[in-house]
Design a protein around this ligand. Structure first.
Ligand code: NAD
Length: 500
């Protein structure tokens, strides 16, 4: 095994020597799209083409769904004993770990996230997730309903069949694992559709799953540009469920596709505009650290990024200064292949322009651009925006309502608790929130009243595979992570036996 590079130039050399697989993975093999069409994948690091990727369409999706259906009906995976399933999935997790450096490099080249995070977070969290669900394989029980002494009513949990997982570009490995692992442990066959901006690690995962012993057809990957593969999957009459993470706009399309086809189940993890509420008595150093990391980590390309701060007017200026200090001292922007960098590139040029457009909008709406708001490292050819704070905002401004999905924090001062609560809930989204205060009574008044899937108290972004993740309102429904995530990939069948 090669030693892990310790410098930017070391990673660059490793990247240069890479031979990147861009084909789809269907029925246990890497294949070109039937049309022969491909699309170019440019790295956000420098705008250079790094791979040519199969552009799958209806015909490839049909092929993948047919393979998934065949494997499901043949029971090659579903009917394996729980201990055998567990063994394969544990081996899969191990192979992900054995390929840590390679997967991390692919993820960094593809997404522009910093290599340190890909190594310490994205790849390990993906492996841990597969392991977590592997370990559930032989611990899930059916139920017996209390129907009286002469009858036996078993509530048997059965897999749904073919599950399509459609995922976004910001955490490709982690979010793919959040879908794939519980769907597989439940016994389903899966067709994964990665985002066109970040298909590479998913393609590699499929090969590792096969190496681990997952039977052919049980896990397929169909990359596609725009809606070319996603729409036929959403509309497919032989897909039993779509598990989706992405924007609220495309999430709504999934509901339409289901209604226009076979009423397949849909689970949605969509956008967010997560608020921090900072009360006057908060530990400002802790809050500043949680807020700065919560928005600038992964360049703000995080669905639950704490992108709005509602702060009591008495501590407003002090807090903003502290957030800037944390960012300056700890969260430096740099080349994603530099192990010292903490913030990298935005996913693509179009997205960078969109983020910068919100900075212009902030000025015209009357907010103050306290820092950042500009494109940096332009000479690299990559897409970088520096850490940005838009201060003195109001909740009714578009910058406070719309998901910017970049390193852009919106700060809104308030005077009363009622105002803060109203502001926190004044959003179509409800993914996550945080409350910063020493007063636990106030903290729990907020944790009860805020409509969000996760509310942190004096923390931000703490997470565990044991806790469900997902949203209220237009952030979606259905939860990833935790033992409960498996439930959505199964359904009850009542088997009633009458004794004579
Ligand atoms: P997106 O909605 O544009 O794309 C998501 C997926 O849908 C991609 O695979 C894409 O190719 C596919 N897609 C796009 N148009 C389609 C269509 N017409 N039909 C079928 N499929 C289509 O989202 P994105 O830009 O990749 O990701 C960013 C969004 O994802 C943000 O809104 C972010 O908040 C959200 N997100 C949510 C969570 C969560 O857990 N709630 C996690 C990460 C990201």
């Amino acid at each position: 095994m090669l030693d892990r590079p310790t410098s930017k130039s070391g990673w660059e050399a490793r990247a240069h020597a890479l031979r990147i697989e861009g084909r789809a993975f269907i029925d246990g093999a890497y294949v070109a799209s039937l049309s022969g069409k491909t699309f170019e994948r440019r790295s956000p690091i420098d705008g250079r083409v790094i791979a040519s990727v199969a552009d799958c369409d209806q015909a490839d999706v049909d092929r993948a769904v047919t393979a998934a259906r065949r494997s499901f009906e043949a029971g090659v995976w579903r009917d394996q004993p729980p201990a055998a399933k567990k063994k394969v999935m544990l081996r899969f997790a191990e192979l992900i770990r054995e390929n840590l450096d390679l997967l991390a490099l692919l993820e960094t080249l593809d997404v522009g996230k910093v290599i340190g995070n890909s190594l310490a977070v994205d790849v390990p969290f993906c492996a841990d997730c597969v392991q977590y669900y592997a370990e559930l394989a032989d611990k899930m029980m059916d139920e017996v309903a209390p129907v009286g002494p002469k009858d036996l009513a078993i509530l048997r949990r059965e897999p749904l069949g073919v599950v399509a997982a459609i995922v976004p570009w910001n955490y490709p490995l982690i979010i793919s694992a959040w879908k794939l692992a519980p769907a597989l442990v439940a016994g389903n066959s899966v067709v994964l559709k990665p985002a066109e901006q970040s298909p590479l690690s998913a393609i590699m995962l499929a090969g590792l799953a096969k190496q681990a012993g997952l039977p052919d057809g049980v896990f397929n990957v169909v990359p596609g540009f725009g809606e070319s593969a996603g729409k036929p999957l959403g509309l497919h009459p032989d897909v039993d469920m779509v598990t989706f993470t992405g924007s609220t706009e495309v999430g709504k399309l999934m509901l339409r596709y289901a209604a226009d086809s076979n009423m397949k189940r849909v689970s949605l993890e969509c956008g967010g505009k997560s608020p921090h509420v900072v009360l006057a008595d908060a530990d400002l150093d802790a809050a500043a650290s949680g807020i700065a990391w919560g928005i600038f980590y992964n360049q703000g390309e995080t669905c639950h990024a704490g992108s709005r701060v509602l702060v009591h007017r008495s501590v407003h200026k002090a807090l903003v200064e502290k957030i800037q200090t944390v960012q300056r001292e700890q969260i430096g922007l740099g080349d994603p292949l530099d192990p010292a960098a903490q913030m990298g590139a935005l996913i693509e040029e179009k997205h960078m322009e969109r983020v910068l457009g919100y900075v212009d909008l902030a000025r015209s709406e009357g907010a103050t651009v306290t820092c950042g708001g500009t494109r940096v490292r332009r000479e690299t050819g990559g897409y970088y925006v520096d850490a940005t704070i838009l201060d003195d905002a109001r909740s009714d401004m578009r910058i406070a309502q719309e998901e910017i999905f970049g390193p852009v924090l919106v700060v809104i001062p308030f005077d009363t608790e009622a105002e803060a609560l109203h502001g926190a809930n004044d959003s179509i989204y409800g993914l996550a929130a945080a409350v910063w205060t020493q007063n636990m009574n106030a903290a729990h008044r907020f944790s009860s009243a805020i409509k969000a899937g996760t509310v942190w108290i004096n923390a931000f972004d703490k997470s565990s595979l044991a806790t469900p993740f997902g949203g209220f309102k237009q952030s979606g429904f259905g939860r990833d992570r935790s033992v409960h995530a498996v439930e959505k990939y199964m359904d009850f069948k009542t088997v009633w036996t009458a004794y004579s």
